[in-house]
Design a protein around this ligand. Structure first.
Ligand SMILES: Cc1ncc(COP(=O)(O)O)c(C=O)c1O
Length: 399
């Protein structure tokens, strides 16, 4: 598999659009593919919940299939799902959202693809936190846009400094990408940060594209500042989320994008030329997820919080790793000493201890000495992993 990746990306065969060269060989695939050839691997690499979707959600998908719901829906999405999303987001964020403000997509991934490729063009600059989820920069560059990174730092819990974002805005800035809680850092931006950025962007006529797929995975009773609750209107914002993380529905592939009605009309046309519509029975499962009991989300939060606390403790006990307390998602992104190549460390650690993590350079340029640990796995697995990692790190000499 990694051999195929190499052939594909390095090939000089003229059939391929050179724009595809902006897509890196995915660091996650590289590690997971290597791990698949090994025995007794403990994964701290996984970016999806370790529990299945709730039974009522699965049942709704099965019922939809059995009722013959196997055709296309309306292009914007199943009307029942659009209504449910409008109500759910309107209630959660205290504003009126109409179904015409929403587009249902094939996971948040399609929404990100549509949003970025619809607005990226040569000469346009996009402000992106470094590190950030690996889709943003390649999609911007694939369509000719340029990425202006604003680095975040481990000693500051990877918080995004709103003033650094504002200072990075210039006459070519077209949009700011936000992702709170963040993959790979787990950082949740406080309301002041989101409000300051959203207000400045609106004032300057710049779009804010906000990826909020971890919006429910926020711990310690922290306030969650969705862009939807920080903007005065939807004119310059696109808010993206999905059922993947909160409802353990990653494989069911249903996400959504909320924006002005004008933006949704344009994106609907584009959506018809990419995926046509999202998966119909899984849209019905999405309706059940929003209309059914949601108390299990509290249990999930409590469970992730315990795992996070244990992981943070274990990282504190590990030589050469500098951690912090992430407030959301299910990731921690500790640093190795300055100048150490995280890629080499992740590979050697996998080969020599059987623990699979993801190297920092998968997520940007300023964090090559970091490793991403996912705690979407049991405390027992996390503890077993560190029984191997700590003695291994004790033997390393990065001097
Ligand atoms: C920040 C972020 N955005 C989007 C996605 C993709 O979500 P979906 O499964 O809904 O396409 C992920 C998945 O890991 C993610 O971490």
């Amino acid at each position: 598999m990694s051999r195929l990746d190499f052939d594909f990306y390095e090939s000089e065969d003229p059939v391929w659009n050179p724009a595809l060269l902006t897509i890196p060989v995915p660091g996650i695939r590289k590690m997971v593919n290597l791990a698949a050839t090994m025995d007794d691997v403990i994964h701290l690499s996984i970016g999806q919940p370790d529990a299945p979707a709730p039974p009522h959600v699965i049942q709704a998908g099965v019922d939809a299939l059995q009722a013959g719901q196997t055709g296309y829906t309306m292009d914007a999405g199943l009307p029942e799902l659009l209504d449910a999303l409008a109500e759910y987001n309107g209630e959660r964020y205290g504003r009126t959202i109409s179904p015409e403000n929403i587009l249902v997509t094939t996971g948040a991934t399609e929404a990100i693809y549509l949003a970025l490729s619809a607005v990226s063009a040569p000469g346009r600059e996009f402000i992106v936190a470094d590190p950030s989820f690996m889709l943003y920069a390649p999609l911007i560059r694939m369509h000719g846009g340029e990425v202006r990174y604003v680095p975040t730092r481990v000693e500051n819990n990877h918080q995004l400094d709103p003033q650094e974002v504002i200072d990075a805005i210039d006459s070519n800035t077209h949009a700011i990408i936000l992702n709170s809680p963040s993959n790979p850092t787990g950082t949740v931006y406080p309301r002041e940060t989101v409000e300051t950025i959203v207000q400045e962007a609106a004032y300057r006529g710049i779009y804010v594209i906000s990826d909020e797929v971890y919006d429910h995975l926020v711990y310690d009773n922290r306030d969650y500042a969705s862009v939807l609750s920080c903007c005065s209107d939807l004119d310059h914002v696109m808010i993206i989320s999905s059922f993947s993380k909160t409802f353990s529905m990653a494989g069911m592939r249903i996400g959504w994008l909320i924006a002005s009605q004008g933006a949704i009309k344009k994106l609907r046309r584009y959506h018809m030329f990419t995926t046509t519509v999202a998966n119909t029975p899984c849209q019905w499962a999405g309706v059940a997820a929003l209309k059914g009991p949601r108390a299990f989300i509290d249990d999930i939060q409590e469970n992730y919080k315990k795992r996070r606390n244990r992981l943070v403790q274990l990282v504190e006990q590990t030589p050469h790793l500098e951690g912090y307390m992430p407030e959301g998602a299910f990731y921690l992104f500790p640093s190795l000493p300055e100048g150490v190549n995280g890629n080499n460390v992740a590979l050697r650690m996998l080969r020599e201890t059987g623990v699979c993590t993801i190297a920092g350079d998968t997520f940007g340029e300023s964090c090559r000495n970091a490793l991403r640990f996912s705690y979407a796995t049991s405390i027992e697995n996390i503890e077993r992993a560190f029984e191997r990692i700590i003695p291994w790190m004790e033997r390393q000499d990065f001097g």
